[in-house]
Design a protein around this ligand. Structure first.
Ligand SMILES: Cc1ncc(COP(=O)(O)O)c(C=O)c1O
Length: 396
């Protein structure tokens, strides 16, 4: 039977890592990976998470199953982190399910939406995270795109985005990156978010927000402001939350699907469907990462320490943005201030796949073919080489 399968094309991002490993040059720089890196080029486990790990291990007396929707105290703490202490006024309308990472939340949300409205249209930004379409488009929903990024003049194509959303029929699902847009780093301003929320509410669209980088753009509250604003504007929405990056627990597969329904009665029905759907996907979510997050968020000293370390990570990324923008501008004589103004780990340089290959072959700079760079791969020690190589590639 398996002989009917054809070979899967290599994953472009994993291919970049393999090529990087194989390059013997001491000057090589990996700008391709999708994880945070510190000054030493390591992806750290935050101190508070390490402490929580010891405490959870010491206190754990059983490894029996959690439930299909996970650990209620974890779900409640993460929901509060996202919506704020007042829950954006929606405390009684919530449906929560712990998921294997943000990816699991996206998939569970897509399954829920397809159960509610089979074959509905789901719009993603153009461009979007490479895994959105595979995750969302294989459940029966029809995936399409809305205009988002102007690569030649790095900015949001806001008028075209709003015009496109304003022309959609009610019930169209719209995936929105809540902060730190992946792959472009180009976020909406608070004023633009207000306009998007107004159009979404007026047209009866269904927002599905993806919050994978809370705390890594500006801070925990400002990065979730778009979600809170939307929660006040619309009767129903979904949010896919990832704890992978901000808690540094990527492989522990920890996320949350947060649903808002028009009232508490509907929220209870939605929660029932989330449990049933989770049962058909992974039965029960993995426990360890959620137990760590629950511990960190519920113990004031750990929470404070985690917040300090997280804000150091965000500040580091933003100061590297400033440094890279300054060097790119100095080398090229062109204003690269947009690199400094963007947020999150990624920016996308206006490079063709041929120019990306040039950067790799002539300057040992590694990034995926779409020109997305991980800002955390830049450092004060390599920024001159990175800027010179990137500008040489732009001119090649
Ligand atoms: C935009 C976006 N959404 C969701 C995710 C999912 O993250 P995970 O499944 O690792 O928690 C990522 C990870 O890179 C992402 O960039």
């Amino acid at each position: 039977m398996l002989e009917t399968l054809t070979r899967v094309p290599p994953d472009p991002i994993l291919g970049v890592s393999a090529a990087f490993q194989a390059d013997p040059s001491p000057d090589k720089v990996d700008l391709g990976v999708g994880v945070y890196k510190d000054e030493q080029g390591k992806t750290p486990v935050p101190r508070a998470v390490r402490t929580a790990e010891q405490e959870v291990h010491a206190a754990q007396t059983t490894k029996t199953y959690v439930s299909p929707t996970g650990l209620p105290s974890y779900n409640a703490l993460v929901a509060e982190l996202v919506l704020g202490s007042d829950h954006a006024g929606r405390r009684t309308d919530l449906s929560l399910a712990q998921t294997p990472g943000g990816s699991g939340a996206l998939r569970l949300g897509a399954e829920l939406l397809n159960a509610a409205r089979p074959g509905a249209t789901i719009l993603v930004s153009d461009p979007t995270w490479a895994n959105h379409i595979p995750l969302l488009g294989t459940v029966g929903l029809k995936v399409d795109r809305y205009p988002y990024y102007d690569a030649q003049n790095p900015s949001v194509l806001f008028d075209r985005m709003i015009g496109h959303l304003d022309a959609q029929p009610a019930g169209t699902i719209v995936v929105l990156h809540a902060c730190c847009h992946n792959p472009t780093g180009q976020d909406l301003t608070p004023a633009q978010w207000s306009e998007v929320a107004a159009v979404v509410a007026r047209r009866g669209l269904m927002p599905f927000m993806d919050l994978a980088y809370q705390g890594l753009g500006e801070d925990l509250d400002r990065d979730a402001a778009s979600v809170r604003l939307m929660a006040r504007a619309v009767p129903e929405m979904l949010v896919a939350v990832s704890c992978s990056k901000n808690f540094g627990i990527y492989r522990e597969r920890t996320g949350l699907l947060l649903g808002l329904s028009s009232d508490g009665e509907r929220a209870g029905i939605t929660t029932g469907h989330l449990g049933r759907l989770a049962r058909t996907l992974w039965s029960m979510p993995p426990d360890h990462g959620a137990a760590l997050v629950e511990r960190v968020l519920s113990q004031p000293a750990l929470r404070q320490d985690w917040m300090t370390e997280l804000s150091h990570m965000a500040n580091r990324i933003n100061s590297l943005r400033g440094l890279l923008a300054e060097r790119l501008s100095a080398v090229s004589g062109v204003d690269y201030g947009w690199v400094a103004a963007q947020r999150g780990m990624f920016s996308r340089l206006p490079l063709s796949s041929g120019q990306v290959a040039f950067a790799r072959d002539h300057h040992h700079l590694y990034m995926p073919p779409d020109g997305r760079i991980n800002i955390a791969g830049v450092s004060p020690a390599n920024v001159d080489r990175v800027a010179a190589g990137l500008i040489a590639a732009v001119r090649s």
